[in-house]
Design a protein around this ligand. Structure first.
Ligand SMILES: *Cc1c(COP(=O)(O)O)cnc(C)c1O
Length: 450
């Protein structure tokens, strides 16, 4: 494959096509089939399903779940993994991960129902989130889930009152805010004292004691989650887990019962070629802060499991030469993949056809058709000429991709496909236009108006 020259303003050249493929074991490229996920050429999926389409690799999901488990085992930790459904809640994805023995971390009734529908037992489900409604808590109690992570004194009282009135016992962990800076994007930092999440760690001992006294509640431990896409080493994890370890010792000294510690999610992935901590380093940080407590730990990874396992497959609508730059306009847009517009995220973009993968490259802005300048996937990216109909894959779109999509500009939600070895299946139908209009209606007094 050609080695396109860098065309970004950044100091380091972008990784070339070969480097992007080599860093993603479920991708390959060859002179007959072009870009391929596991054993299925993306061109075949586009032909069968159309574009834009999300394509997930079951093999990558399994491999990543196993690698994480191996890292935790290797550090001698007794750990359970609860996949964060909000990263990618497709039922087929959840099914693959449930079959790997992963539980689920959910933040809404919809996610709880999705996890159950995919075969995750209630006994492996954790409910997180800063604003659980009474209706959601009722469902969690009815499903007798593994753990509810309470985020405030008010919520503790509400869970207690509800559980007691239903004659149930809620297993509750207290989510504490350790006030550490995860050094990630401000929109996904959650462990600073100014963030809305958890209770201040200084208040935790009193609240935990209160929990032990409340009816309908079994206090099972403490939880943290300091942010997402954490790539700046594991120092933030180490700091958070060290503080959590101190808290556990303090609670124990006060005679309070703990059964486990929830370490949250947040492990980042390299979208470009930035150094990102390996799961072994995360496991080391957990062991360092919590290893000598003799308690099982829980992990809630989302992005690390699902992010690299998916691509967004799109077609070129038009290639347009502007006054100062070349624009490649795709049929995918910010309503599909929001991350570039929302977080200034960098996503690798690969052509799919064998010829385009080795053609000479020049800088192009890759954009969607939505009426916003923010609808830009990449600026000055080295890409070959891409005629209308040419296919491209936006990489690492398996997490916070389809789940964050909208129908902005009245664009139907894209289809989702799961690849497993040489097989593939549509795991979510493309939304049709009738479905977009369904449920909207014009009130009768307007219908009659001239
Ligand atoms: C979002 C979230 C996660 C998952 O975060 P990732 O960065 O995707 O690993 C885990 N736990 C909680 C409480 C979350 O809000």
């Amino acid at each position: 494959m050609a080695a396109p020259l860098s065309a970004t303003a950044g100091p380091e050249p972008d990784p070339d096509f070969a480097e992007l493929v080599a860093a993603r074991p479920h991708l390959s490229a060859n002179a007959f089939d072009g870009l391929t996920v596991e054993e299925v050429p993306l061109a075949r999926i586009a032909e069968a399903v159309g574009t834009p389409t999300w394509v997930y690799s079951a093999g990558a999901l399994r491999r990543r779940a196993r690698a994480l488990r191996a890292a935790l085992d290797g550090a001698g930790l007794r750990a359970s993994i609860h996949y964060a459904v909000k990263a990618n809640g497709n039922l087929a994805v959840l099914r693959v991960l449930a079959a790997e023995g992963l539980g689920a971390d959910v933040v809404s009734e919809g996610e709880l129902r999705a996890a159950r529908a995919a075969g995750v037992p209630g006994s492996a489900i954790v409910f997180s989130g800063v604003g659980k409604t009474e209706r959601e808590l009722r469902l969690a109690l009815a499903e007798d889930i593994f753990q509810i992570n309470a985020e405030s004194a008010e919520e503790l009282e509400a869970v207690s009152a509800l559980a007691a009135s239903l004659g149930r016992t809620a297993r509750v962990a207290l989510r504490v805010n350790p006030d550490v800076d995860a050094r990630t994007h401000a929109k996904i930092t959650t462990g600073r004292s100014e963030n809305k999440f958890g209770v201040p760690i200084a208040d935790a001992p009193a609240l935990y004691a209160r929990m032990a006294a409340l009816p309908g509640i079994e206090p099972v431990g403490v939880a943290v989650h300091i942010g997402s896409q954490i790539t700046a080493g594991v120092s933030a994890f180490r700091a958070a887990y060290a503080r959590l370890g101190e808290l556990v010792r303090e609670l124990r000294a006060a005679g309070l019962p703990l059964q486990r510690v929830d370490c949250g999610g947040g492990l980042g992935i390299p979208y470009r070629d930035e150094p990102a901590p390996l799961p072994e380093a995360l496991a080391g940080a957990i062991r360092h802060g919590l290893g000598d407590l003799g308690l099982p730990v829980m992990l809630e990874p989302g992005r690390w499991i699902a992010g690299p396992a998916g691509v967004l497959l799109a077609s070129v609508v038009v290639q347009k030469q502007g006054a100062a730059r070349r624009f490649v306009v795709l049929d995918a847009a910010m309503n599909d993949l929001l991350r570039p517009a929302m977080y200034e995220a960098w996503h690798g973009i690969l052509p799919v056809s064998p010829r385009a993968l080795v053609a000479p490259c020049s800088p192009a802005d890759v954009v969607g058709p939505v009426c916003e300048t923010g609808d830009t996937f990449a600026r000055g990216r080295a890409l070959p000429a891409l005629d209308p109909g040419a296919l491209v894959a936006l990489l690492d779109a398996g997490a916070y991709g389809a789940v964050m999509s909208s129908t902005y500009n009245m664009r139907p939600l894209a289809a989702e496909v799961l690849v497993d070895g040489a097989r593939f299946a549509v795991v979510r139908d493309r939304q049709d236009h009738a479905a977009l209009l369904a449920g909207m209606r014009v009130p009768h007094w307007l219908e009659d108006a001239p």
